[in-house]
Structures are given as structure tokens and as C-alpha cells.
Design a protein around this ligand. Structure first.
Ligand code: SER
Length: 321
């Protein structure tokens, strides 16, 4: 069997996707790559092949694909929305330059390709509630511009060159292993760290800001399921809306208080991230993913909060009294 290559393997998604894929397909089948050198213990106890790959250098990707006989690339290396807004030129180079290089390598070597899109691919003129799969996409952030362009490029490479490129529009992803890399939805991760440390949390989004979220185990399962799905049933390919819950900071705090009744939250709004959040949908309609490849989340807010608090308490080694 040909191997799989994960770019950005040390990022928030990669840190959990690599062990999930290794558990499913065997440790040797998955090559973890990043622009940082991987330490042995960084991804999981289970060892597997790794490589140094700067996705903006096509030769790194070509060499790695040849060396490890790669059949599928999970291209996760990218910068998130807040960082992209701070450094739009860098975001273009990494998000678009990296994707273009990976698509070219996939074309050249006949690889299948997974590319994450995002709720960031929508904008202020998108219908905000129960946002349809096919709708207006005029994002106003650089992150969003790269995500829409990425969706279109994926479609183009499939139609023009037959590259089996597939994607998901992820909501904010919540996890306890690696931190997110500077996104607008990061509050939904930070809030759990503060709660477990018995600290008051200062939220950078305004109360009432509604956004979709998903727990990482659902996200990694969605990626793996999408990539093995029979595309005969696809009406879409890049990129499926997927979601697990639509929440506000207050709802998250209330869910935490079920376990930690003294948890407190205040607000200190960051205007840049608030403007990005305000331009994104309140909730997504993920019917197409459910119908075309059987997507269904396992975690809701309550079950995610229970698991996050338990896992983070163990990880940070603090009393949950
Ligand atoms: N979590 C991402 C961000 O906030 C959205 O895709 O940038």
C-alpha cells in the first residue's frame, strides 16, 4: 500500500490526525512532516516515518513523495485567520504557495489530496444561519480569500487533471493536545485551559458571538472517512460543510460551570478577531456531507466539555476540585 503524507503534522489538527491515521492504517503507512523538526515523542508513542517539509519549497514535497512512495497527501500546513490578518503577505505565500505546490506534486505523482477549508471561506454577505453548502462566498479576510481560492483550485485540479482532491469546511476545532495556531475561534480552546487552572477567562470575542465548533476526534474521523468514501456518491468534493455545534462564549462558560461552578469569564474584545467572527456564519448546514458520505458528529457541547475537562485536568496535572 502506498503511504500517506501529512504536512503541518505538528499543528493542531496534525498532532491528532497522524496518530488517528496510524491507529487505522499502521504506523509505517503515515509520514509526519513539518517545518519544525519532529521530536520522537511529539506525535504519539507509536513511532512512524517523519520528514522535514517546507511546503513553500516544491522540491521538499517532491523528494518526500518519491522517497516514501506517497499515495495520499493530507495538506494541513497553513496559517489561521488572526495570524493571516496580521501578516497577509506571509499568509498568501504559505496558504496559497503551499497549496499550489502540493497540488502540482499531486498532479505529477498521481496522489489523492485532502485540503481543509473553513467557515472562514464565507463572508458578511453569506446567509449567516444554517449556511447552505452552495451559497455566496465573498470573504473579507486574507484567510478567507486563501480558503475560497483553495476550494476553487481543488475543483480545478480535479476537473482539469483528475487529481482526487477532497476537502471539508471546518468550524472552530477544539482540542487538548496541540494549541491552534492563531485563529479567531481559539477562545473556545483557551476557555478550557483557564477553567482547568481555576483562572478567570478573559474572552477576546464579544458575548453573543455565535460560531460553529467541533471536537477534534470528530474532525480527524471526518477527514479519514471523507478520504475513503466512495466518490460515486459525491455531488460535491471541495469542500463539504461540517459542524457539530453552534455556540457562544456564554454557552461554553455555562457548559463548563456544570463541572466547575465557580468558573468566571469576562470580556476584552479584540476588534480584529471580532470583525472576522462577525463576518462568519452563525451555523452551517452540513446536509450535503451527511447525505453524500455519511458524516455525523459524535460529540455535542456537553459531551465535549466533559471530555475536555477530564483530559486537560490529567494533562495539566491539576486538581479538579
Ligand atoms: N479556526 C479557524 C480560525 O479561527 C477557522 O478555520 O482561523
Amino acid at each position: 500500500m502506498k503511504r500517506m503524507l501529512v504536512t503541518g503534522a505538528l499543528g493542531q489538527i496534525g498532532s491528532e490526525l497522524v496518530p488517528a491515521l496510524r491507529a487505522r492504517f499502521g504506523a509505517d503507512a503515515v509520514v509526519a512532516s513539518d517545518i519544525r523538526m519532529l521530536q520522537k515523542s511529539e506525535l504519539s508513542n507509536e513511532e512512524g516515518p517523519s520528514a522535514f517539509v517546507d511546503v513553500t519549497d516544491i522540491r521538499h514535497i517532491q523528494d518526500t513523495v518519491r522517497r516514501f512512495d506517497i499515495g495520499t497527501i493530507y495538506h494541513l500546513a497553513a496559517v489561521l485567520s488572526a495570524v493571516a490578518e496580521d501578516k497577509p503577505q506571509v499568509a498568501w505565500d504559505i496558504n496559497m504557495g503551499g497549496l499550489y505546490a502540493v497540488l502540482e506534486v499531486a498532479r505529477e505523482y498521481g496522489c489523492a489530496l485532502f485540503v481543509p477549508s473553513s467557515i472562514g471561506a464565507f463572508g458578511p454577505t453569506t446567509p449567516p444561519d444554517f449556511t447552505p453548502q452552495d451559497t455566496i462566498q465573498r470573504p473579507t479576510s486574507m484567510y478567507g480569500v486563501t480558503k475560497v481560492a483553495g476550494e476553487l483550485l481543488g475543483d480545478y485540479y480535479y476537473k482539469r487533471f483528475g487529481v482526487d482532491c477532497r476537502g471539508l469546511r471546518f468550524p472552530g476545532l477544539i482540542s487538548y493536545i496541540a494549541p491552534p495556531g492563531g485563529g479567531t475561534t481559539d477562545y473556545a480552546v483557551e476557555i478550557y485551559y483557564a477553567a482547568v487552572r481555576h483562572e478567570k477567562y478573559t474572552c477576546f470575542l464579544r458575548g453573543g458571538t455565535k460560531l460553529d465548533m467541533m471536537y477534534m476526534p470528530d474532525a480527524t474521523r471526518a477527514i479519514a472517512d471523507l478520504m475513503i468514501a466512495d466518490s460515486a456518491h459525491f455531488k460535491h468534493r471541495n469542500s463539504f460543510n461540517v459542524t457539530a455545534m453552534s455556540v457562544t462564549p456564554e454557552l461554553m462558560a455555562a457548559s463548563i460551570r456544570e463541572y466547575l461552578p465557580d468558573f468566571e469569564m469576562e470580556y476584552d474584545v479584540d476588534p480584529v478577531r471580532q470583525a472576522i467572527a462577525d463576518s462568519w456564519p452563525n451555523s452551517l448546514d452540513d446536509t450535503a456531507a451527511r447525505e453524500e458520505w455519511g458524516w455525523k458528529p459524535e460529540y455535542n457541547l456537553a459531551s465535549m466539555t466533559r471530555d475536555m475537562l477530564e483530559k486537560l485536568t490529567a494533562k495539566l496535572n491539576v486538581d479538579d476540585a
